[in-house]
Design a protein around this ligand. Structure first.
Ligand SMILES: Cc1cc2nc3c(=O)[nH]c(=O)nc-3n(C[C@H](O)[C@H](O)[C@H](O)COP(=O)(O)OP(=O)(O)OC[C@H]3O[C@@H](n4cnc5c(N)ncnc54)[C@H](O)[C@@H]3O)c2cc1C
Length: 466
């Protein structure tokens, strides 16, 4: 078995595993969500094992943008400032038409002032590396495909360490947040009847079975664990567009970061701290398509006549540097984000279209909220509280991402003219308009204070004003 965490990261960041009395957490999937959960649970005092089916932690997917909400979540595990330091966007940027006309403009300072911090675009590999470096050696097992053998049962009152029976699965749930319109409250979801005897969860691996007081299913959009826990759920659906991603050397002439919307087409160009450029594109086309020649040639056909720096970037890119993938999402929210002792997290729970750049951000939020509800002294996490905290927010953001995708991917010429005119006029009248629509997303704060150090178990606070 290969252990990727051994050869990665700064060893001085690592800490010892908690002792044998500590409860055990098994995390399935070493993506952004799984690794963040692993670090947060480790810092809370759980003995964590991460199982990753890939042979290494090399992620597919080029860059990822992290907004102030996710960066505040990363503050909880002591990583926020390290990632903020990678912010590359300075000065101007905004939304353009394919001919290059600016529909709305903003600048990095306005974003930071409004949301209390920068938007950071970084390599996915960098994020995974920095997360893995915070785990004790031996925590991450690669080439280890996991299967949920038994979701376990936390028992009737085990979750309520403070004696509050309303917080146990199926309890009365005093003080919970109201669900958004059209969304059934999480506790109307089918919940297992209380079992008189708590039971640990079990996970099968190629090396044998692991028992745990908590299983975190962070196994991505095609989560097999989700299929086991919610067999009637329809699973992911095509979001209506395909996406291309690439990391390139910066073009010769400087450029302002932009997103450009056409008719059923989108292109984005964003700088990264190491001097490279992350470019992405999308097209509203039927699922399953592939270019007859190569994907660079397809991009040239679709975007070659758009404004600079797009043609310059397409000149510079090699066909093998272009990643293409159809975009899927969970169109129907799950009835709950947990079952038994298993918490679903990130794309496994609520994969959303990338039109707000929030899928990974929400996985990071999930991870720290889960750790908040996982008091190691209780030996059973309060997963009903986790669902109550996360399901309304992630469902609302996923719906917003779908709506945003519909607007971006409009194809009919009159609708596109109307959209562009409305954006241009409104942005002129209210310059902060585009940012304002992001307030509820980027303004989120975690429920706990940063975990002080690996040695000291978390002292969670419930006050949200930091
Ligand atoms: C084109 C595009 C652009 C995007 N841009 C952004 C962005 O800018 N910002 C943002 O926040 N989000 C973005 N997203 C969304 C983001 O990529 C996902 O939301 C995020 O990666 C989800 O993380 P995760 O940890 O839940 O799942 P994943 O990253 O999918 O990780 C799941 C892991 O589980 C492993 N695994 C699966 N099954 C098993 C098993 N049985 N046993 C062991 N391991 C298993 C997989 O190998 C994988 O490593 C984008 C998505 C797309 C498609």
């Amino acid at each position: 078995m290969r252990d990727d965490s051994r050869r990665r990261g700064n060893r001085s960041d690592r800490s010892e595993r908690p002792g044998h009395g500590a409860p055990r957490a098994v995390v399935i999937g070493a993506g952004i969500g799984g690794l963040t959960a692993a670090v947060a649970l480790h810092l809370r005092g759980w003995r964590v094992t991460v199982l990753e089916r890939a042979r290494s932690l090399e992620p597919v997917g080029a860059g990822i943008s992290l907004a102030p909400n996710a960066l505040r979540a990363l503050d909880v595990i002591g990583l926020g400032d390290e990632i903020r330091a990678l912010a590359a966007w300075q000065g101007d940027g905004g939304l353009r038409t394919p001919a290059g006309r600016w529909l709305s403009r903003t600048d990095a300072q306005a974003v930071a002032a409004r949301f209390g911090g920068p938007l950071v675009l970084l390599h996915r590999a960098t994020l995974l590396e920095r997360l893995a470096a915070r785990l004790p050696e031996g925590t991450v097992r690669t080439a280890s495909e996991a299967t949920l053998a038994d979701p376990g049962d936390p028992g009737p009152l085990a979750v309520a360490a403070d004696g509050d029976a309303s917080r146990s699965p199926g309890g009365a749930g005093a003080g919970r947040a109201p669900a958004p319109p059209g969304l059934a409250p999480a506790d109307t979801a089918p919940v297992e009847p209380p079992s008189p005897r708590p039971r640990t969860a079990r996970v099968s691996t190629p090396e044998g079975e692991l028992e745990a007081e908590l299983v975190v299913a962070a196994d991505g959009i095609h989560s097999r664990v989700r299929g086991v826990l919610f067999p009637d759920h329809p699973g992911p659906a095509y979001a209506g567009f395909t996406a291309w991603r690439m990391v390139l050397p910066a073009p010769v002439s400087s450029f302002a970061p932009h997103e450009t919307w056409g008719r059923g087409l989108l292109w984005g160009t964003q700088p990264m701290k190491d001097g490279t450029v992350y470019a992405y594109a999308a097209a509203a086309v039927p699922a399953g398509g592939r270019a007859p020649d190569d994907e660079r040639a397809e991009l040239l056909r679709l975007f070659g006549a758009w404004h600079q720096p797009i043609p310059a970037l397409l000149d510079a890119v090699r066909p093998d540097q272009v990643l293409r993938g159809d975009v899927h999402h969970i169109a129907e929210p799950l009835p709950a984000h947990h079952r038994g002792r298993v918490a679903l997290l990130g794309d496994a729970a609520h994969a959303m279209p990338p039109t707000l750049g929030q899928g990974g951000n929400q996985a990071i939020e999930d991870a720290v909220v889960l750790a908040h509800h996982a008091d190691p002294a209780a030996h059973a996490p309060d997963l009903a509280a986790y669902t109550r905290d996360r399901r309304p927010r992630t469902t609302a953001i996923a719906r917003k991402a779908v709506a945003s995708g519909r607007m971006i991917m409009l194809r009919a010429a009159p609708a596109v003219v109307l959209r562009d005119t409305a954006i241009a006029v409104l942005s002129k009248a209210v310059p902060s308009l585009m940012l304002r629509g992001f307030d509820d997303v980027a303004g989120w704060r975690p429920p706990q204070a940063p975990y002080a150090s690996p040695a000291s178990p978390a002292r969670d606070r419930t006050d949200r004003a930091r």
